[in-house]
Design a protein around this ligand. Structure first.
Ligand SMILES: [Zn+2]
Length: 358
């Protein structure tokens, strides 16, 4: 009896270990995409405002539906047709499901650092300047594990990501900003991406278009089959700061399509199929006033600490859109990513606990 119990425990442990030992995680962020758009679709107070929308009729025909369910599905179909059906979505404050930053700054570098490190550092992470992160991210932690070393990569539209991830110290390769793909034997698609990146002017000096970031990441994934990938999309925040609500919505929908494309690729690939989890979130929220805090964020902006989290993967029970009173925090994402891969991540007492998968 005792032997069989020991054997049983051994096999259960082996099974859990084997499961997590071949898991993969794609961590994805959309800079400053509000929970309001994710859960409610296009905002009625902005979608028809000529100050923020060039062609109101065109935008409304694409994104406006009187019914909230149809409206949010029109904006982010993969989230509502696939993640809501098979995964989990946290942060719809209409149901008291809340996710907040714990950092007290509510802008990009502190938000990304909290996501990736699992704790806020309001003493040292106080600007968006290109300062190498003094703290170790979960990507760096995972890169120190024998099974994962060299199987982690990060991609960002914003050129500060090599600093946030501390590429030099962590050894995690980061392609961000306007960086070309550096590879001795570039394939035709990679050469084209490098050319387009130079030929298509970005409206911003520090952020490239997300289409470039996505396809650069995808080529890397096809070539190297990394176990952990971080992709940081940036357009939504920049279009919002610029006051272009039309471009903000179109970018959100396009990013949803990129995530679908990545998921479809994963499900068609033997390493990734049924062994890959998507963890998707944002670095901060934005204001809610049409004139015009929606464009901005930071501690002076009410609601800019309100964020959301979406998870889709094989270890998850399907609960879809959370409709229960609950409080999660941005500092739980790092430990959640590690937990999916079978690692306990707790470098200090401030690190948020992993979100339970079942
Ligand atoms: Zn941001």
């Amino acid at each position: 009896m005792k032997t069989s119990l020991t054997l049983f425990i051994f096999f259960v442990t082996l099974n859990v270990w084997a499961q997590s030992n071949n898991e993969n995680v794609f961590l994805i962020t959309l800079d400053g995409l509000r929970w309001q758009e994710l859960f409610q679709g296009a905002d009625s107070s902005l979608v028809g405002d000529k100050d923020y929308v060039k062609n109101i009729q065109e935008l409304k025909s694409n994104f406006w539906k009187d019914d909230l369910i149809a409206r949010r599905r029109a904006l982010m179909p993969f989230f509502w047709e696939v993640i809501a059906e098979n995964g989990q979505l946290f942060g719809n404050r209409n149901f008291q499901s809340k996710v907040n930053c714990t950092n007290q700054q509510w802008f990009s570098y502190p938000g990304y650092s909290e996501i990736l490190c699992g704790f806020a550092d309001d003493q040292r992470i106080t600007s968006n300047d290109k300062i190498p992160n003094p703290n170790v991210t979960v990507l760096e932690f995972l890169n120190q594990q024998d099974q994962l070393k060299g199987k982690i990569a990060a991609f960002g539209s914003w050129d500060v990501f090599p600093y946030i991830v501390n590429e030099g110290r962590s050894g995690v390769p980061v392609n961000a900003g306007f960086e070309a793909i550096q590879q001795p034997d570039l394939n035709e698609r990679e050469r084209l991406l490098n050319s387009l990146q130079k030929q298509i002017p970005s409206p911003w000096s520090t952020v490239r278009f997300d289409g470039l970031t996505y396809h650069i990441a995808k080529e890397y994934i096809k070539r190297n089959s990394p176990r952990v990938v971080y992709i940081a999309f940036g357009e939504t925040d920049d279009f919002a700061h610029d006051g272009h609500y039309d471009a903000y919505l179109k970018s959100a929908r396009q990013t949803d399509a990129f995530i679908k494309d990545l998921w479809d690729y994963a499900q068609s690939h033997p390493q990734y199929k049924d062994h890959t989890t998507l963890v998707i979130t944002t670095d901060h929220g934005r204001g809610t006033l049409p004139k015009d805090t929606w464009r901005s964020h930071g501690t002076k902006i009410n609601g800019a600490d309100e964020i959301w989290i979406a998870i889709l993967g094989p270890q998850l029970s399907t609960t879809g859109e959370m409709k229960i009173k609950e409080q999660l925090y941005q500092n739980q994402i790092a430990a959640t990513v590690a937990n999916i891969l079978g690692f306990k991540y707790q470098p200090n007492d401030q690190v948020g606990a992993p979100i339970p998968l079942k």
